[in-house]
Design a protein around this ligand. Structure first.
Ligand code: SF4
Length: 380
């Protein structure tokens, strides 16, 4: 009976997000570890609507305000409920999914001690991600067309130290990428992005932290505390102990260190709408970032919004392959002339290749576009 209740709650939690996780034994075990059974009826109140006000919740849950507050208090600490006032100053309670963005991110954003329980939690998430891959691969022809209609999940904010907008390159831009003219461009400079916000919080990179607990530490960097939330999200993550408030100066210092390490800035916007102010920014490495990894492993599509595309000057390229090793999405390979060649459809315009190129052979072309790359179809 208890498993059936968890299964029903799991369906509601999966529905609150974008990713089609299978409702299976791993998911139930994970939820049992994270949510006490007494909270399941409250989770079920979000069955029809994942964001509700207190008045709406009283109706959907048939609970009193005190009871609702009790559940909210417990579930916010676990990252299942996001509670912040709307622009009209009405408190809104949102049920969070397990991943992108939800419980996984909040759980590992907080520094966790190495304990049997936390190792089990990390292992169950890893197992669930693998099972998602198996599920997607098995139902590839049904699921991938659904992914195709998703909006961009994240937006690249590039390392801009080698940007070029010269005339010759502008011609190339027009040839290679289409530029929607009427779009309002979101901030492209990470410093400007940080400077927009009064409330900034920093937490642990949940992906690297998750891998640390699994005993598989990052091969790219030792930096851990560089996952930023802004505004409402900063107030939520700091209020519930997932992150800590920091000054702009400290944020800029961490951003600079992350750039030096060649980490990719990925910004997230409310409801994936890039015209609205960012909620958070990640600094991702190729080896640990869960979205890069899950795309490579065949579980999810890579869906990104970017204003840049790398351009490799063949005359300057010596074929050293550094960019090939650094590109987080495997968008570069050596061609028959031993020159680096970039795949325009895969490039998310992060600038990491340009940042590390010892010959200054790579620069970034401008032009807003959506990158969509389906998960690879693996052989069974
Ligand atoms: Fe980034 Fe790779 Fe594109 Fe270079 S080629 S900008 S490293 S995604």
């Amino acid at each position: 009976m208890s498993d059936e209740k968890y299964r029903k709650a799991a369906r509601t939690i999966v529905k609150a997000g974008l990713i089609p996780f299978p409702i299976n034994d791993t998911m139930i075990e994970l939820l049992k570890l994270l949510i006490d059974e007494e909270h399941l009826p409250f989770v079920m109140a979000f069955r029809k609507k994942s964001s509700q006000t207190m008045e709406q919740l009283k109706l959907s849950s048939k609970m009193s305000e005190n009871e609702i507050e009790m559940h909210v208090k417990k579930l916010t600490k676990k990252g299942f409920i996001f509670n912040q006032p709307s622009s009209k100053e009405v408190m809104v309670y949102r049920l969070m999914p397990l991943f992108m963005v939800g419980v996984f991110e909040y759980t590992f954003m907080k520094k966790l001690e190495i304990s049997e329980e936390n190792e089990k939690l990390a292992m169950l998430f890893a197992k669930l991600f693998d099972e998602l891959r198996n599920f997607v691969q098995k139902n590839y022809d049904n699921i991938v067309p659904i992914y195709q209609n998703f909006p961009p999940i994240d937006r690249t904010v590039p390392i801009l130290d080698k940007t070029t907008t010269g005339e010759e390159l502008k011609i190339l831009i027009n040839k290679e990428i289409s530029i929607p003219e009427e779009k309002v461009l979101p901030t492209q400079k990470v410093e400007e992005l940080i400077n927009k916000f009064e409330d900034i919080a920093v937490g642990h990179c949940f992906c690297r932290h998750h891998k640390d607990i699994l005993g598989n530490p990052c091969k790219t960097t030792n930096i851990r505390e560089n996952c930023f939330t802004f505004g409402k999200s900063a107030r939520y993550t700091s209020d519930h102990g997932f992150a800590r408030m920091i000054s702009k100066d400290e944020a800029l210092k961490i951003i600079k260190e992350s750039e030096k390490a060649g980490l990719v800035h990925k910004a997230f916007h409310p409801h994936e709408d890039i015209e609205r102010d960012e909620t958070s920014i990640c600094n991702c490495c190729e080896c640990c970032c869960a979205t890069f990894e899950m795309w490579r492993k065949g579980a999810i599509s890579m869906i990104n919004s970017t204003n840049y595309l790398s351009y490799i000057d063949e005359k300057l390229c010596t074929g050293c392959s550094i960019c090939i090793n650094k590109c987080p999405v495997n968008a570069i390979e050596l061609n028959d002339d031993n020159k680096a060649e970039r795949n325009a459809e895969w490039c998310i315009g992060c600038g990491v290749c340009a940042h590390f190129c010892p010959e200054n052979a790579i620069s970034l072309l401008e032009g807003m576009r959506k990158v969509y790359v389906p998960p690879p179809k693996l052989r069974n």
